[in-house]
Design a protein around this ligand. Structure first.
Ligand code: C2O
Length: 536
């Protein structure tokens, strides 16, 4: 592969949306940020320079980072932040991946405007396993907040309560032609009749899973999270924050304008919002004045529509791209994911308590030294290795909540032997309310071998696992009031974050880290950090 150099200057840029302006944190002044292009096997060098008042890190979401854990990016997990005025060069090689991923800030809530696409093309001369599209278009879904998001989250932490929601969803940075500021227009996707286009769809929103739909056009799904899937047709996509989906669209109408729409999906009694982001698919030769064919996305709680999409996803599992599902299990883990309530004497609005979130009842506490540094240089007192492999409190997770909703706090990791195989069941709990949690694992792809409603029952459920062609991804929705079973091989030494990609849940503590290291051999442990790795 070749070497690709990128320069990311993190700068503040005054930006106008919804007919009003505010300064936002951007890369190179762009929102969404620049697309990073590479081919499989290429080495990517991104020099990130921080020219804003916040500490910054960038994460290459879904990039495997094989033996390059120092370049992964989550603040205080693999690195200390890049301080104002400082730079850090992220140096990694794309190995065994092709498709669409995303990069985003991985500190505070800065990723709301600090994000962009990663496009990984196959090696030169290697075709897609589907007909080559006429053109490819990146479609980044996001959010727009009129207020300062750092203030929003700080206020929520202080009060102990949930934060506000955004003021609009966006498609390629714009709320669109149907919004509270229609005069600002929106993203337009120009097409020619008879041609096929590939949309590289990314959900970069902070806190909401989204439905995505185009009036009058079906979508053929060919890839998710940079892994090929068995192609299937659908009218509606559901995509969680951190997930990516490549969809082919045939421009099979002769002319006209068609609405593109995205709106929240949330299988929970907790209402989010019903704001729809819009854009326009525009056939060449169609006059601007032509009226747009409209469409409606499903309502927020349309679980059946979401499940129909999710259950259709299968690994391509071809000769060239086999699904390498681990058939044996070394580490058999069950983690509960959910919310809880802890005392907070200073939380006036929350009546002396605060909402927290946990995995296996541990609310993760962010360290002040990066875990990977602490591990590599044997700095003691930063973390403990006693993250529980099974739920410490057994209760009917999807029945009525237990009387004690308290969680324990700690910076706990779970140790995995290098190259061992892991089965991880993520069980939603109905504490406060059942909710779908999109869980993201750094450093690995996993296979989603099973899923169900209610409580996971190993004796029964394991028999029904799909070990042939389960979908392979890096971010998976744990069904509301249900569970999902994952398998992966721990073939990447390092410290790897796992967390809910709803940013508010991460803030509340729905996160943990795996430590993979046998401490010997060139493959089994991590090389030393680059000399410019930021200091804490
Ligand atoms: Cu896309 Cu840890 O994040």
């Amino acid at each position: 592969g070749r070497v690709r150099n990128y320069t990311f200057n993190v700068v503040t840029k005054n930006t106008t949306r919804l007919c009003s302006s505010k300064p936002i944190v951007t890369v190179n002044g762009m929102f969404p940020g620049p697309t990073l292009y590479a081919r499989e096997d290429d080495t990517v060098l991104v020099k990130v320079t921080n020219r804003v008042k916040y500490n910054v890190t960038i994460h290459w979401h879904g990039v495997r980072q094989l033996r390059t854990g120092w370049a992964d990016g989550p603040a205080y997990i693999t690195q200390c932040p890049i301080q104002p005025g400082q730079s850090y060069v992220y140096n990694f090689t794309i190995t065994g991946q092709r498709g669409t991923l995303l990069w985003h800030a991985h500190i505070l809530w800065l990723r709301v405007t600090l994000h962009g696409a990663i496009v990984i093309l196959p090696k030169r001369g290697v075709p897609y396993p589907f007909p080559k599209p006429h053109k490819e278009v990146v479609v980044v879904l996001g959010e727009w907040w009129k207020s300062d998001t750092e203030a929003v989250i700080n206020q929520a932490i202080k009060s102990g309560l949930a934060p506000n929601v955004s003021d609009a969803h966006t498609i390629n940075g714009h709320p669109g032609p149907i919004s509270s500021c229609p005069s600002q227009g929106g993203f337009t996707l120009p097409v020619e009749s008879g041609k096929t286009y590939m949309l590289r769809i990314i959900n970069a929103a902070l806190n909401e899973e989204l439905f995505f739909k185009i009036a009058g056009h079906q979508l053929t799904i060919v890839e998710v999270d940079a892994t090929y899937v068995k192609p299937f047709k659908t009218n509606t996509i559901v995509i969680a924050p951190g997930q990516t989906t490549n969809a082919l669209v045939s421009a099979d109408q002769s002319s006209g304008k068609y609405l593109v729409a995205a709106s929240p999906f949330m299988d929970s009694p907790i209402a989010v919002d019903n704001m729809t982001a819009t854009a326009t698919l525009h056939y060449s030769g169609t006059l601007a004045a032509t009226s747009t064919t409209l469409t409606k996305t499903p309502p927020q709680n349309a679980t059946a529509v979401a499940n129909n999409f999710i259950n259709s996803l299968r690994s391509l599992n071809s000769k060239t791209y086999p699904a390498k599902v681990p058939l044996t299990v070394d580490h058999n883990l069950i983690f509960t994911v959910g919310l809880g309530i802890n005392p907070c004497p200073s939380c006036k609005a929350g009546n002396g308590s605060r909402v927290v979130a946990s995995m296996n009842n541990v609310t993760f506490v962010m360290p002040t030294t990066a875990l990977l540094q602490a591990h590599f240089f044997n700095i003691s007192g930063v973390f403990t290795s006693d993250f529980p492999g099974n739920p410490p409190n057994i209760f009917n997770y999807t029945g009525s909540p237990p009387s004690n909703l308290r969680t324990m706090s700690g910076t706990k990791v779970y140790k995995l032997r290098y190259n061992s195989t892991v089965q991880l069941v993520l069980q939603d709990t109905g504490i406060i309310a059942p909710e779908n949690h999109p869980i993201h694992l750094h450093g690995f792809n996993f296979f989603a071998v099973g899923k169900g409603l209610g409580n996971y029952n190993p004796k029964v459920d394991q028999k029904n696992f799909n070990l042939i062609d389960p979908v392979e991804r890096n971010t998976i929705g744990v069904p509301s009031g249900g569970w999902v079973a994952l398998r992966f091989r721990a073939d990447n030494p390092g410290v790897w974050f796992m967390h809910c990609h709803l940013e508010i849940h991460t803030t509340w503590g729905l996160k943990m880290a795996f430590l993979v290291d046998n401490g010997k051999g060139p493959n089994e442990s991590l090389p030393p950090p680059p000399s410019d790795l930021p200091k804490c």
